[in-house]
Design a protein around this ligand. Structure first.
Ligand code: HEC
Length: 453
């Protein structure tokens, strides 16, 4: 945890509000991305395995296009996955500083698994493309040659390739699910101050009921939203996806039916989620936002149902839009819960910040607190200065007249003494802070004026 402590700087209450906002925005990017990545990977693997139906090549095409959809290019993985996750680690580390909680640590584990998963999934994607080319070339060659031994050879290589290929996908999915799980783990831990103590029991943090319920919600939502996104990409007005009717029918059936099926499960999850919210995080907004999400789900289901029944696709863009709203409401709801759960701790942090900023100001000498000029004079200056006679330095009654009405110059001299009079040695720098120099300057000036009267 040491590396996380190093990125923490005490924050003012305003900054903490800002960080909370940043965290919400981060999740609004990260969670949908992870959901679609997870959903597409699962569906892609399932379609790749669907065999012996005579439609293999169509399923193969769909499995490939599903994974292509989420691995369009590498900046997508950085922009929607890795960078938001790093931002979340940073935000939680600041917001939960001094609680000893392991939230940021769980998120870091999630980050590591996400990176591993992405490496596997991108390899899976490229393997798909290679295999596609390979298939294309070899099918012609085999037909031409009419040689059975070549055909056997090809079968052998092809099945070894298949196995390796499935392994990439399998590891990718496994790591991705762990990344999802650790993310949920972190979010849920942040909602439960009772578990912030430095050493809560391992099991109670890793496998608590809220974590499991929320993880299942994420999985189901992933399957639902991926189907909706597929629906949108293939069948939005002016979509440029091509394929024959048979293929498009497979995609349409898949996305409408899986979309409806999994969306129907989300309400159960939302209700379960409300039941398992830690009491410290309960807040009226959670109910309100859950209710709005439930209504939106009803609308989405209705769109999907009508489209299945009427066999048209006129609500495709609206369905996606409603889904974006559902995600946004569910994520913001969790952030309200976090706000409630962490409100007490923010008082601690604010206090810590005040202490820190006081120390910092003292160090820089910009603090407004009163320092006594008289004490400084008696402690530092009296050894060399008197008002009316020469000690080591000249008497103030002789030197101060030139500074009358030029307080800033006097302060400046005290902070940076320069050689002035050849009859005296140079005055050593007294190492005062700006506020101290000003206090002592005001003090000697006032005494000098008093003496003059
Ligand atoms: C170690 C001895 C020493 C100490 C301590 C010391 N001074 Fe001086 N100070 C001098 C000497 C020597 C000069 C004359 C320097 C010159 O003319 O070049 C001087 C000059 C000054 C002058 C006159 C500057 C001018 O423009 O003629 C002021 C004002 C002054 N000191 C203020 C202070 C204050 C305030 C303190 C305490 C924070 C202080 N000094 C502490 C030795 C000291």
């Amino acid at each position: 945890m040491d590396f996380l402590d190093k990125i923490v700087l005490p924050q003012s209450a305003n900054h903490m509000e800002l960080l909370r906002g940043l965290l919400t925005i981060t999740f609004i990017i990260l969670i949908p991305y992870l959901s679609i990545l997870t959903g597409s990977t699962i569906y892609s693997i399932l379609y790749l395995k669907k065999k012996k139906t005579g439609k293999e090549s169509l399923y193969f095409k769909f499995a490939k296009e599903l994974i292509d959809m989420v691995t369009l290019n590498k900046s997508m993985a950085f922009g929607f996955g890795i960078i938001p996750l790093i931002t979340a680690v940073f935000c939680y580390a600041q917001l939960l500083d001094k609680t000893g909680s392991y939230v940021a640590y769980h998120l870091t584990v999630s980050l590591i698994f996400l990176i591993a998963a992405l490496l596997f999934l991108y390899t899976y994607k490229y393997a798909f493309h290679l295999k596609d080319i390979f298939r294309f070339i070899s099918s012609d060659k085999i037909k031409e040659s009419n040689d059975e031994s070549i055909e056997d050879e090809f079968e052998k290589y092809s099945s070894t390739a298949d196995r390796t290929f499935n392994k990439f996908a399998g590891w990718g999915l496994l790591f991705l699910l762990i990344a999802d799980y650790k993310l949920i783990n972190a979010i849920q831990l942040a909602l439960n101050p009772q578990k912030w103590a430095p050493n809560p029991s391992f099991l109670s943090v890793w496998f608590s009921v809220p974590v499991i319920v929320n993880f299942i919600t994420l999985l189901i939502a992933s399957l639902a939203v991926t189907a909706i996104v597929v629906l949108y990409i293939y069948f939005r007005p002016n979509s440029n996806f091509k394929g024959n009717d048979e293929y498009l029918n497979i995609v349409k059936n898949f996305s409408l039916k899986s979309g409806l099926l999994f969306t129907l499960f989300i309400p159960i999850d939302i209700l379960l989620n409300i039941v398992v919210v830690p009491s410290a995080a309960l807040n009226a907004n959670i109910f309100l936002f859950s209710l709005i999400a439930l209504i939106l789900i009803l609308i989405a289901c209705n769109f999907l149902y009508v489209m299945i029944k009427e066999g048209n696709l006129k609500y495709v863009p609206s369905t996606l839009f409603v889904f974006i709203l559902i995600f946004a409401f569910l994520i913001v709801k969790d952030q309200f819960a976090f706000e409630t759960a962490s409100s007490k701790h923010f008082a601690v942090l604010e206090n810590n910040y005040e202490q820190h900023s006081k120390n910092l100001k003292e160090k820089l000498g910009v603090i407004s607190e009163k320092v006594s000029g008289k004490d400084i004079f008696n402690g530092r200056c009296i050894a060399c200065h008197s008002f009316d006679h020469k000690v080591v330095g000249p008497p103030y009654n002789e030197t101060l007249p030139q500074f009358e009405g030029k307080m800033d110059e006097l302060v400046d001299f005290i902070l940076n003494p320069r050689k002035i009079n050849k009859d005296y040695p140079i005055m050593p720098n007294q190492g005062l802070k700006p506020n101290e120099a000003r206090a002592v300057a005001e003090y000697i000036m006032s005494v000098y004026k008093e003496n003059k009267k």
